[in-house]
Design a protein around this ligand. Structure first.
Ligand code: NAP
Length: 294
C-alpha cells in the first residue's frame, strides 16, 4: 500500500487532461513518471521534474499506481494490450471517458491479465485539476481505492461510488443529464422573458432560486421512487399537466421554441394514459425507465 503523500505515480496519456493530472501529482510532491505517444507533450512536465519513461511497459513498472487518461477505451486497450506490456501485478486507474459497459469490460480484461483496476470519470476541466472543484469519480474494489486515496487526493475531490466498475461512468452521464436539463429549463424561461424585455441577467437570480427550491424536493421524491409508491401529497400529475399545457401555449404565443415543453408534457400524458394521473410527479420514473417505444 502506497498511501503516502510522496507515493510514486505514473501517468500515461498527456493530452490536455493527462498533463493536468501529471502536473497536479508533481505539485503535490509525488515522484511522477509520464509517457505519451507524442513524446514532446511531456517536455514541460519533465522540465518540472517528471521522469519520462521510454515505453508504456517501463511507465507501468515505475510506480505501484498508474493513471491512464487517453481519448477513448480503444486507445487505452491499444496501449495496455500491446504484446510487450506486462500488466500482471500492476494497479491501473483508467480516467478515460467511456460508458459503463466499456468500464466493466475493461475491468474484466485487466483482471484476466493480473492487473488491479479501478475505473474513473473526471467531472472537471483541466485547469480545475488539483483544486477541490475537480470532482473525480471512482468505482471498482474499495480496498484498491482506499490504498491509493491519499495519492489521488492530489487531483481534487476524489469520490468512491461502489464496487461495480460501471458506476463512475453512470454517475458521470447522470450528472450531465442534470446539468443540461437545468440549463435547458433556464434557457426556455430566458427566451420567454426576453420577449418582454427582461434580460438573462435579470432572470438568472430568480431561476437559481427556483432550481435550488426544486433541488430540495429530491430526497423526498427519491423515497417515493425507491418505495414504488407515489401518493399526491403536494400535487397530482393531472394538475401538473395543465400547467405544462400553459407553458406550451405561452411559449407559442410569445413566439419561442416550444419543443422542450412539448416533450415534458408528452411524457406526462403517457403516464396519465397509463393510469397515473392521480399520483405525484416522480411516478414519471416509469416513463424514464424504458425505451421510448416499448
Ligand atoms: N479536457 C477535458 O476538459 C476533459 C474533461 C473530462 C474528461 N476528459 C476526458 O479525458 C480524456 C483525455 O482528454 P484530453 O482532453 O486530454 O484529450 P486530448 O488532449 O485530445 O488528448 C488525448 C490523449 O490520448 C492520446 N491518444 C489518443 N489515441 C491514442 C492512441 N491510439 N495511442 C496512444 N495514445 C493515444 C493522445 O496522445 P497524443 O498526444 O500522442 O495524440 C493524448 O495523450 C478523454 O477521455 C476525455 O473525455 C477530458
Amino acid at each position: 500500500m502506497d498511501s503516502t503523500t510522496n507515493a510514486p505515480v505514473t501517468v500515461i496519456g498527456l493530452g490536455l487532461m493527462g498533463r493536468a493530472l501529471a502536473g497536479a501529482f508533481l505539485k503535490a510532491g509525488h515522484p511522477t513518471t509520464v509517457w505519451n505517444r507524442t513524446t514532446s507533450k511531456s517536455d514541460l512536465l519533465v522540465a518540472e521534474g517528471a521522469r519520462r519513461a521510454p515505453t508504456v511497459g517501463d511507465a507501468l513498472k515505475a510506480s505501484s499506481l498508474t493513471i491512464i487518461c487517453v481519448t477513448d477505451y480503444q486507445a487505452m486497450h491499444e496501449l495496455l494490450g500491446a504484446s510487450d506490456v506486462e500488466l500482471d501485478g500492476t494497479m491501473v486507474i483508467n480516467l478515460t471517458s467511456g460508458d459503463s459497459a466499456q468500464a466493466r469490460a475493461a475491468a474484466r480484461w485487466a483482471g484476466q491479465r493480473g492487473a488491479r483496476y479501478l475505473d474513473g470519470a473526471i467531472m472537471a476541466i483541466p485547469s480545475a485539476i488539483g483544486t477541490a472543484e475537480a470532482v473525480i469519480l471512482h468505482s471498482g474494489p474499495q480496498p484498491d481505492f482506499d490504498a491509493h486515496k491519499s495519492t489521488l487526493d492530489a487531483l481534487g475531490t476524489v469520490t468512491y461510488l461502489g464496487a461495480d466498475h460501471g458506476l463512475a461512468s453512470l454517475y458521470d452521464v447522470a450528472g450531465l443529464a442534470m446539468m443540461w436539463s437545468v440549463l435547458n429549463a433556464w434557457l426556455q424561461g430566458t427566451a420567454m422573458l426576453r420577449t418582454a424585455g427582461v434580460d438573462a441577467a435579470t432572470y438568472a437570480p430568480f431561476a437559481r432560486q427556483i432550481a435550488a427550491g426544486v433541488a430540495e424536493w429530491l430526497p423526498g421524491y427519491a423515497e417515493q421512487i425507491d418505495s414504488g409508491s407515489f401518493p399526491a401529497e403536494v400535487s397530482a400529475l393531472e394538475t401538473d399537466v395543465r400547467a405544462m399545457a400553459h407553458l406550451i401555449e405561452e411559449s407559442e404565443a410569445v413566439g419561442v421554441n416550444a419543443e422542450l415543453p412539448k416533450l415534458i408534457k408528452a411524457m406526462a400524458d403517457r403516464s396519465i394514459a397509463a393510469g397515473h394521473g392521480g399520483e405525484q410527479y416522480p411516478v414519471l420514473i416509469e416513463e424514464f425507465s424504458k425505451p421510448r417505444d416499448s
